[in-house]
Design a protein around this ligand. Sequence first.
Ligand code: FAD
Ligand code: MLT
Ligand code: ZN
Length: 535
Amino acid sequence: MAAPTSRLLPRALRASQKCSFRPQNTYLLQCLDDASDQGEPGHDVKYTTDLMPHLKRDSRFGELTKEHIDFFKQTLVDDNAIIDGVTKDASNDLEPFNRDWMKKFRGRTKVVLKPKNVDEVSKILKYCNDNMLAVVPQGGNSGLVGGSVPVFDEVVINLTRMNKIRSFDEVSGILVVDAGVIMENADNFLKEHGHVYPLDLGAKGSAQVGGNVAANAGGLRFLRYGSLHGNVLGIEAVLPDGTIMDDLSKLRKNNTGYDLKQLFIGAEGTIGIITGVSIVCPQQSKAVNVAYFGLESYEKVQQAFKEAKRQLGEVLSAFELMDAESQKFVHKKTEKKRPLEGDYPFYCLIETSGSNGEHDNEKLEKFLEHVMGEEIVADGVVAQDDTQIADLWAWREGITEAIGHVGGTYKYDLSIPLKDLYQLVEDTRARLESKGLIGDDKPARGVVGFGHMGDGNIHLNIPVPKYVKEVEEALEPWVYEWIQKKNGSISAEHGLGVAKKNFIQYSRNETMVKLMKQIKQLYDPKGIMMPYKYV
Ligand code: FAD
Ligand code: MLT
Ligand code: ZN
């Protein structure tokens, strides 16, 4: 084990890298542009139906005609509100809305509609329902389970143009926005008012508030601010038959009957389209510290987490885990100087946020002295300013993008009891190695583990230049069976989409699935929303 050094103390931080590559607004669009370069290896996106030949188009759904397009044009008025691939060739314009961020799923929609208010959403959804046209709601299209893109020729209803901040109350911290507001824009707006958006994630430059809520996204602030099930106070949504459900409450407490908005949080667009969200936002912390550690074993990671909770308690705002392989991918992609000199099997990123810098620093230094003294942590650095904070975060937030450069990723987003959290990564590595599937000239380029340690949520990623059956068959349903044995969840935060639809039974029993199907039937009796996905 490497001897603890004083490098952990703030003043000993070596000059930090200027490598902030936190995705900005244009980030996902750039990726989609890359993906459309069919000539480049790894960028040839197959249709979802080639990947999943068991999926057959439901013949109950109508096919789009000029008459339908005329109705949409009359209703949406603005020329920019519709991409029409029915009466003309619009393949290039439609392509970014047909393929997902992972370059794994690709549909064949012929029309994208971009309403600008709830009444327009209501009119077009009612029309689709009356005419049996299947629908996919779409936000920033940053989802990781293929939910946000069509499978066949479903109508895409994209919320991008619904991007107004409706109100903000500085006393209560309650923000009301259109569903299409990009989360980074919401966060920037809130910061001007001394608050922050209660959710943070790597795709913040593209993901929308409505998409966050529909996916029940977790992200990097979950440990501190909790689930959207707690933070979302109200929802305005349009049901498939066009009914506007106005439940845009701004109340913290409201015990008057069933809390129906909860059904829309994590429904992934299956029971209606979210058009407005009311959400309670915390005060911005005055003092933020970030430390990055190297650790010799998963046992030590658990000890560090336990100590962080014990000693940092109320100021601990993130505890993220990255394995050695994840950091190698980020390094290869960015070529930035690594935060630590030595190599360790595990790295953790700890963030504290509080209102009293002096108090927080004192606590952090005490904690660092302890974990170094007890040799729980082998080495580490602490950021000295906002740039260094962003630089250290980039080693965690940049993993998804760095791995994505291999071509594609078999992605598993899992909740597992903490003591077994990393065992799955090791077992997967052993399994793929025994089958001769990992290596520079093999179908899989590695097995990567990282995630939200503080939430018991690991991301198991297998980067591949091409999605191939051999790898998929080695992983599925084996990963899900592994999870079931540990009573874990096959989807901690990314949802089900089309990718996990057939595996829900590994985490939910028959009765639960039956009840879910009844809810779907009640809200969407014709089944036009998100066919082929979810339950
Ligand atoms: P989309 O991807 O467009 O849609 C997601 C789902 O919601 C789809 O099923 C879609 O049909 C539905 N939907 C979208 N908008 C609406 C609406 N208004 N009404 C009804 N249904 C709707 N996720 C996490 O949980 N934690 C992370 O840390 C995280 N990090 C990420 C990092 C990167 C680099 C990337 C690419 C993705 C990450 N994600 C993460 C996944 C994704 O960003 C989130 O799920 C995000 O909330 C999706 O928002 P979106 O607007 O892009 O939704
Ligand atoms: C993350 O935690 O970085 C996200 O959930 C994205 C991912 O899993 O790739
Ligand atoms: Zn995550």
